[in-house]
Design a protein around this ligand. Structure first.
Ligand SMILES: [Zn+2]
Length: 390
């Protein structure tokens, strides 16, 4: 049962047990309302040295056709890190995570799309099929790395390392978020290391590396809102990626898209999480660092500015210590900002900071009402005693 102690009927390495305990501890700390640490035991605890069954230091890499996976495959296969590069031998594509497990033909089309790049790099594909996504009760955004790692561990007898492409860079870490350098390594066991790869680069910097290879650019598939083998060009992730290419190499028509870019579309976006907001913020930072000019930067800046209320430093202050004086003040301030930036109030009302504040405000009002009633009761009591004395 979820939330109860877990006993593994089999063998587990000592390292895996220790890491799992720390992993539970980390997530219970980051999301105490959703997770708590449980005890994990096993029939047999295997000595870590005995668990090192891999014959050599070869690595396998998670690959879905997205930019993070392409960047990792390119830089290790082409030895960007010299002696620090992993000996990448194959990629693992999991059918049932991004592409639903029932879409057999769609997944085959996706594999066909990325084949030219994998052939170019000499990387065979290991396909894993799973139906665990619709069956589990986890929040995908917070657990996807653990679920992906479970699939990668199927190869632990063959490979020593499993690379997972990073999300946000070290300079703009977002926590809590399912895949991050603080907890991903804790998904390692003694016979396979899970390596969070590429966090030294922003997504825009990764795009700059990928754009040097036309085949890699043309094969990239990162959109999950359209067909399984095509980038729709209109969703948030597609628009963000177009801006990654613009900021990285000034290319508004990268080969991974088959339609032109609508620059104005960026200002209408609603960013659904802090991780996505951070992605756009890093694109903007990159344009400033490179000294890019153009109307597309104004649209980008407007988008980042108007979401700073929800996800930036201001939002953090609002949701923790900076509780405003009155609801009226908050609404007035937000309405003024909305008029200025075009942000609808409903977006703010869905935020955790706003809900926390409302909760605090209601409790405060109940407390004040209680004090007033107590005071009135005392006054009436005094008055009655006075009248009685007369
Ligand atoms: Zn799309």
């Amino acid at each position: 049962m979820i939330g109860e102690p877990l006993h593994v009927h089999g063998s587990v390495s000592a390292k895996a047990l220790k890491n799992a305990a720390l992993y539970c501890e980390a997530w219970a700390n980051m999301l105490p309302a959703d997770y708590h640490a449980i005890e994990i035991t096993a029939d047999t605890i295997v000595d870590d040295r005995a668990a090192l069954t891999a014959l050599d230091d070869r690595a396998v890499s998670a690959f879905s056709g997205g930019l993070d996976g392409i960047f990792t495959a390119l830089r290790h296969k082409q030895r960007d890190l010299k002696a620090g590069s992993h000996d990448l031998d194959a990629v693992v594509m999991v059918h049932g995570l991004d592409v639903p497990h029932t879409e057999i033909e769609g997944f085959e089309r996706l594999q066909k799309r990325v084949k030219p790049l994998l052939d170019l790099l000499g990387l065979p594909v290991i396909t894993v099929w799973t139906d665990f996504r619709p069956l589990n009760r986890q929040t995908w955004g917070m657990s996807f790395s653990a679920q992906l790692s479970a699939c990668l561990h199927l190869m632990s007898g063959m490979y020593r390392y499993a690379l997972v492409g990073s999300s946000e860079p070290y300079s703009d870490i977002v926590l809590p978020w399912g895949s991050n350098p603080a907890t991903d390594y804790l998904l390692s066991g003694a016979s396979m290391e899970i390596v969070h790869d590429g966090a030294g680069y922003t997504r825009t910097e990764k795009v700059a590396r990928i754009a040097r290879n036309h085949v890699a650019t043309a094969c990239a598939k990162f959109c999950w809102e359209g067909e399984p083998d095509r980038n729709c060009g209109r969703c948030e992730k597609c628009i963000r990626t177009r801006f990654n290419f613009l900021a990285a190499v000034g290319d508004p028509y990268p080969a991974c898209f088959d339609q032109p870019l609508d620059i104005a579309s960026v200002s209408h976006l609603k960013l659904a999480s802090k991780a996505i907001y951070t992605e756009f913020k890093t694109v903007l930072k990159h344009t400033q660092k490179e000294g890019w000019q153009g109307s597309w930067i104004d649209g980008l800046k407007c988008l980042v500015d108007k979401h700073a209320t929800l996800y930036g430093d201001g939002a953090a202050a609002l949701s923790s210590t900076g509780l405003p004086d009155s609801e009226k003040t908050v609404i007035e301030r937000l309405e003024e900002e909305n008029r200025r930036l075009g942000l609808t109030l409903s977006v703010y009302e869905r935020s955790r900071g706003y809900r926390l504040w409302l909760c605090y405000n209601r409790l405060y009002r109940i407390r004040v009402l209680g004090l007033v009633l107590k005071c009135l009761r005392e006054r009436v009591g005094l008055f009655l005693r006075y009248m009685k004395a007369l």
